[in-house]
Every structure is written in C-alpha cells, then in structure tokens.
Design a protein around this ligand. Sequence first.
Ligand code: HSE
Length: 428
Amino acid sequence: MSTPLRLGIAGLGTVGTGVVRIVRQKASLLEARTGRPVVISAVSARSRDKDRGVSLAGYAWEDDPVALARRADVDVFVELMGGSDGPAKAATEAAIAAGKDVVTANKAMLAHHGQALALAAEAAGRVIRFEAAVAGGIPVVKALTEGLAGNEITRVMGVMNGTCNYILTRMQATGQGYNALFEEAARLGYLEADPNLDVGGIDAGHKLALLAAIAFGCQVDFDAVSLEGIQSITLDDIRRAADMGYRIKLLGVAQMTGRGLESRMSPCLVPAGSPIGQLEGGTNMVVLEGDSVEQIVLRGPGAGMGPTASAVMADVIDIARGTRLSTFGQPAATLTRCTPASCATPAPYYLRMALVDKPGALAKVATCLGEAGVSIDRMRQYQHEESAAPVLIVTHKTNREALDTALAAIRRLDVLAEAPVALRIEQV
Ligand code: HSE
C-alpha cells in the first residue's frame, strides 16, 4: 500500500471541523485522487471537551500546537488557529524547522510574515500553501499561481470580505442604516472576534496583499495596502450612488503602475450593472486581468465551514499528489520589494457635501475644484428643509493628489456644514 499523507490539525473551529469531516467522510475519494490515503494523526485546539459534531476518535491530542507541529507522525501541519503572531506563527515556524509542509488559512499571519515564512520554508525544502486564506472557497490562489501563470497580470480586483458586502447590500435593500446592519451581522455571527478586521477593511486588505504578491512578484507587504473601511458609509451615500447608477462596494484593487504597486482596499462606487455591482450578500468576487487571458471573474462563498475546508483540502491534495509550488508562485528569494504607490491611477470621484445654504457657496466649491485641476462631470443639489444643502458632484478622471488639494481648500472655506465624503469610482 502507498504511504499515507499524515495531517496534524491545529485549530478545530468551523474550518478545522470541516476539514476533519472531509477527511473522515471522503477517504476513498481522496485516495482515488491522490493515489494515497490522507489521514489525520493528531489534532490540537483550545478545548478538548467541546462537542464539535464530528468524531476525533483515533487522533492523538496535543494541548500545545507547537508540540503537534513537531510530531514525528505528522507530514503536513494544517494551521487553522488564526492570528498574525502568537501560537499560529510559533507553530508554523516549528513545523517548518521540523521538516513539515504547512497548509494554512491564516491571511493575517501571511500578510505580516509571509516573506520570512516563505524563505524559511524554501530553505528547509518545505512548502506553505494558503488557498483558504483568500476568498474562502474560491480557488483564486490556484488561479493566479497556476492557471494564469503564463500571463503578465495587469490588475487584481475583488470584493473579498463577505461581511462588508452583506452590510452594504442590506443597507441598499432595506433602507436601514450602517449601525442597525452592523448589529444584524453581529447577531448572525458574521463578524470576526475583532469586528474592525471586517468593517475596517483589514481582513480584505490582508487578502489583497497576498494576491498582489503572487500577481506582481512582490514580497508580501500589508503595510503598502492603503486601507479604508466602510464605517463612514451612510444610507445617504448608498441612495445617492444608486441614483447615479452605482453601487458602493468595499473593493480591493492591485495594479502595477509607472510609480509602483498601487494596492488599496476602500469603499468605491462601481457601475450597478457590472458583475461586482450586482454581487449581493456575503458572496465574494475576484476579477483577474492578464495580458493574454484578458479578464476572468471568479465568484463564490468567501467563508463558512464547507467552502473554507474545501480550499484547505485543495492544498492538502496538492501535497499528497507531490505538487510542490513556491508559496507566492516563484522562489521567495526572487520576489522584489515593490515601491508602494497608493492611488496612482487617476479615476473619477464621487463627492458628497452638505453646504451652508447661502449665496455663492456652490461657486466657491467649484472654484476650489477648478483651481486644483479637478473637472466636474455631473452635479446635483437635492431639495432640502434643513439649513445645509446636500450636494453631489461626480468629477472627471483626476489624480487623488489634485482632489486632496481641492478638498483641503474646500475645508478652509466657510461653506461646509459637515466633512465632505470622497469615494473613488472604479471602472470594473
Ligand atoms: N470575515 C471574513 C468575511 C471571512 O466576512 O469575508 C474570513 O476572512
């Protein structure tokens, strides 16, 4: 009989339990596809007694994930604990040092330490795979690393946080405000333990940093991602954007520009009829553009037991089959340090302002825009009863620097009743 591939699983939350379930229930399918049995030797989690609805019979138990990672009967350390540092990183490093391959769903750890871990793994002749870290069940890491490996990637874009997309699309559908829908998402268990990871754009920013490293051959650099969350998006913005034919999405975009790697995760307006504009609820979508393939769109569940465990198993199966890929698609030592260039590409912007309703206010705003070289494409002032007039402006394509200059000048005027909102309009 061929040699089994022996897994040590650290973390038995939703994803870990899903992986145990697949290994137990799909043993013959896994063996047929890989040519060898895939088995679990040992597991580790915070609580041994918790009922997870799946049998752990026959698996050794380790309280300490580092001890699990070092076990002689483990070939692949499956890290499903999460957290950028702490036990997840310590156990991953221990696994590599002990000569184990690693499969992880941990976007935060790789976004912060991916380059060092990839170098260590390659020096030890081991692999680190992370399909489950980005967009849950969507095989986007494989698509970039393998399916599109013959392309020069021109742009990577996506909605990669289902919770934010849920909140934004429910605001649109129900007319409820951000706070009410944040509470609803919390009640449904959609939010991370630290909700700022979701609504602050950090979780999605981690994912974008990982995809950008593969797409552009750069050392993963989370600090280079320009981040903005959805907390300040109002129902007014959602409605006004819809009025003008747009939807608001927490959108990640990474592209190489003449000034460096532009990578940003921020609320953007996208055309309502575009595939991203039509993406509803907690679903994820990633758009990949390459010089030969042109554009492909991947859509699917970005979280949850089945989808994320499916992605973990894809990596386990690769290792069982003997497929050994560099962590970020090329040897880590050849990845370059890319210059970050936030918002280097010009774009039209949506501006929402509440102007003091007195003669000349709008003219002063228009002058500031004009003097900074920002041209107005469309403008609307809405009927109002309060003293402040709601004004919407859509600009022609402009550089972010020019827009910031104009906004700074507008803030110095005596015409704003509240801080202006500026959102990029992305052509998708
Ligand atoms: N919290 C994430 C989301 C799932 O809402 O998409 C895990 O990354």
